[in-house]
Design a protein around this ligand. Sequence first.
Ligand code: P71
Length: 457
Amino acid sequence: MNGPPEPFKIKMIEHVNMPDQKKRSQVIREAGYNTFLLKSEDVYIDLLTDSGTSAMSDYQWSGLLLGDEAYAGSRNFYNLERAVQDILNYRWIVPTHQGRGAEHLMYSYLVKPGQIVPRNMYFTTSRLHVELPGGKMVDAIINEAHDPENLHPFKGNLDLKKLQGYIDEYGIDKIAFVNVEMNVNMAGGQPVSMENLRKLREFCDEYKLKIIIDATRSSENAFFIRDREKGYEDIPIVDILREMMSYSDGCIYSAKKDCLVNIGGFLATNNEDIYEHCRNMVVIYEGLHTYGGMAGRDMEAVARGLRESTSYAYLKYRINQVHYLGDLLIKAGVPIVRPIGGHAVFLNALKFLPHLTREQWPAQTLAATIYEDSAVRSMERGAVSKGRDKETGENIFPLLELVRLTIPRRVYTNTHMEYTAESIIRLYEKREAIPGLKMVYEPKYLRFFQSRFEKIK
Ligand code: P71
């Protein structure tokens, strides 16, 4: 058997379409070879993202009916507050419509113009919310994370020598805070170890630096700590989460991932100044501090989902499914990022399509080609996502030029994984025949969402 069986059964299904070859070629051309611009009804298996795409449980759905839609003081806010206190061990929470709302409130308070924010790799919205108040995000992840084949078990770890280097180069006053992402998305869903967090806390205490966690995928990170780190084998996920967060001054959380909901987010902290400021700001940008852009029913679903995300049996099934897809590809020799991460399998487009130049956008090309072959939708995570250098205006070509096959939680079966793997293996066998793309339209912000391409003849 391929890992543990699902710790749930299916109560309701959603029909999906399988467009034929002619239709697939037509719609991906019309979408400018950008998978973000496809209509969902033209997609058979949607691996664009694990964000907001999970299947809720009957316990979460039933919570929707208990939504208290009062403008102020909704009971569901207090349920959410209690869940965050119980599981993440923060005293105060400010709800937001989704993760980037929390990033906006937290980072616009903590970042002053000219300051830098070291982080274990970057994430697109996080970087933008550091840049908008005049800051700059700099990379402080261990070098192993930039090597898609390095098998380090905690490739999300921060490199304290790099942090020291930034302090020496810029001066301590120029560091706004240290940002730690759990199960680092852009590195391939790679975890941070507890030992690294502990050492980081000691390091930051010496310099009185704040640590803010991006806790978006913290339950999945906790699973890897339990599975891989000595001393945590028998520790409940909740206790691991509480310890992880105890090394920080606060977190932002996109509930659309590990909390198993379609919309929602929050920030949480034990720092009274951060709380006071964000609770003030939330009413300007999101909504009153007891709903922050979410309906009461959404907050209930987040509260219940956060609790469900701490089930070890669920996490084991979840991460095992991601590994099932990755292992099928590894067996066929397809180049992927290793170790296989928590939420997605990342194809190494530079190795898959070595005949393309970086300006022919190998990852964008591969994502479009996979759709054309099988109606499976994936996401470019390479130079198009990375964007241009703010100072020179030149394209930045990161070492990682990847296609992300992101697995929604509790949505697809292993047969769907097999179908996906078969398509990619088929393409890998005829990879030399795959032509590149040229960019014909580029928007100013977060260009990967709306840029358009044409096939090079
Ligand atoms: C993902 C997303 C959603 C996304 C965002 C931007 C471009 C494409 C897709 C969102 C995250 C995230 C981390 C670590 C904050 C956010 C923003 N990820 N931190 O991976 O992964 O949260 O989407 O709720 O605003 O597809 P938000």
